[in-house]
Design a protein around this ligand. Structure first.
Ligand SMILES: C[C@@](CO)(OP(=O)(O)O)[C@H](O)COP(=O)(O)OP(=O)(O)OC[C@H]1O[C@@H](n2ccc(N)nc2=O)[C@H](O)[C@@H]1O
Ligand SMILES: Nc1ncnc2c1ncn2[C@@H]1O[C@H](COP(=O)(O)OP(=O)(O)O)[C@@H](O)[C@H]1O
Length: 285
């Protein structure tokens, strides 16, 4: 049996760090949505009780270190399943980019195995399983647009954003989330106005959305990697309506009301930054 799943990239419209927790994680509040840049996951049932992973990206492990492998092993263990699965991952989402590519692959594997093996686990059960794999997995299971709180495991669905074009620009560096969080001083960083971002979604007010997007991790990432700040500034100079770093970076997200504007920003970034995409929001509810 074979099943195909799309694993879309997430972008942050906001990310606020509220404080440090005793378990080593940080209390966050982050508004996320998905875009039409996606990995493609193929799942094949194997008779042998084993998990196999193949990827086409040299920076992504093809063994038990792959988060998609971990998701399959966890799912098999939880539901006492003794058949195996081969997972083929076509990576289109840049790696270590702040776009939750790995988390989205893991979420796609949980969704896919649930369907392929007729387990019928509820969304809540999948979210709980996903939370043990990584802070972004619960959102990736939900998709659409949502606010994540706790360390990311509590997810509440929000209205879809107003329609727009999204420019994604990633400098030629990868950032590990675990290197950024320890350097955050919650009392010292800039905090986005999360409530205003929620109001702008409720009112479908694009201008208001653009003026309130923000990310508390920018201060730390910009200090360590000034090229990320330069990309954000370049986007703003070339006329994007709003710009914000996604996750712990380094991808910068630009929001543009029209394709012509997105194209101008895209052209302005070419030569300045190699990995640039114009994409659209997936959430069209
Ligand atoms: C920062 C965010 C925002 O969307 O995204 P990315 O930059 O990865 O896209 C996520 O919270 C990343 O989630 P994820 O990549 O799943 O990270 P995890 O494996 O859960 O955590 C990696 C490490 O980051 C730190 N961490 C993560 C989340 C959080 N709320 N507080 C933390 O302090 C912890 O040190 C943890 O050990
Ligand atoms: N399926 C996967 N896709 C991408 N990266 C993966 C995957 N499995 C494990 N990894 C490892 O996780 C790290 C970053 O994952 P990724 O999800 O791309 O970054 P981010 O959390 O910044 O969005 C990399 O070190 C990568 O090797």
């Amino acid at each position: 049996m074979v099943l195909f799943e799309r694993a879309p990239a997430k972008i942050n419209l906001s990310l606020d760090v509220l404080g440090k927790r005793e378990d080593g994680f940080h209390e966050v509040e982050m508004i996320m949505t998905t875009v039409d840049l996606a990995d493609r996951i193929e799942l094949y049932t194997l008779e042998k009780d084993r998990v196999e992973v193949c990827t086409d990206n040299q920076y992504v492990p093809s063994d038990e270190r792959n988060i998609a492998y971990k998701a399959a092993a966890l799912f098999k263990h939880k539901y006492r399943l003794y058949q195996g699965v081969r997972i083929i991952i076509q990576k289109n989402i840049p790696v270590s980019a702040g776009l939750a590519g790995g988390s989205s692959d893991a979420a796609a594997v949980l969704r896919g195995l649930n369907q392929m093996w007729s387990v019928d686990a509820s969304l809540g059960e999948l979210v709980e399983l996903g939370a043990s794999l990584g802070s972004d997995v619960p959102f990736c299971i939900h998709g659409n647009t949502a606010i994540g709180s706790g360390h990311g495991e509590k997810v509440r669905v929000l209205p879809s954003p107003p329609s727009c074009y999204v420019v994604l620009a990633k400098p030629n560096i990868g950032i590990s989330t675990r290197h950024i969080f320890p350097k955050v001083i919650p009392e010292a960083v800039n905090h986005p106005q999360t409530e205003e971002v929620i109001h702008s979604l409720e009112e479908k007010d694009f201008g208001k959305l653009c003026s309130h997007i923000g990310n508390s991790l920018e201060d730390v990432t910009f200090a360590l990697y000034p090229e990320v700040k330069r990309i954000k500034n370049k986007m703003l100079q070339t006329g994007v309506d709003g710009a914000v770093m996604s996750g712990s970076g380094p991808t910068v997200v630009g929001l543009a009301s029209h394709f012509s504007k997105a194209k101008r920003v895209y052209n302005g970034l070419r030569g300045f930054c190699d990995d640039v995409h114009i994409v659209q929001l997936l959430d069209r509810r």
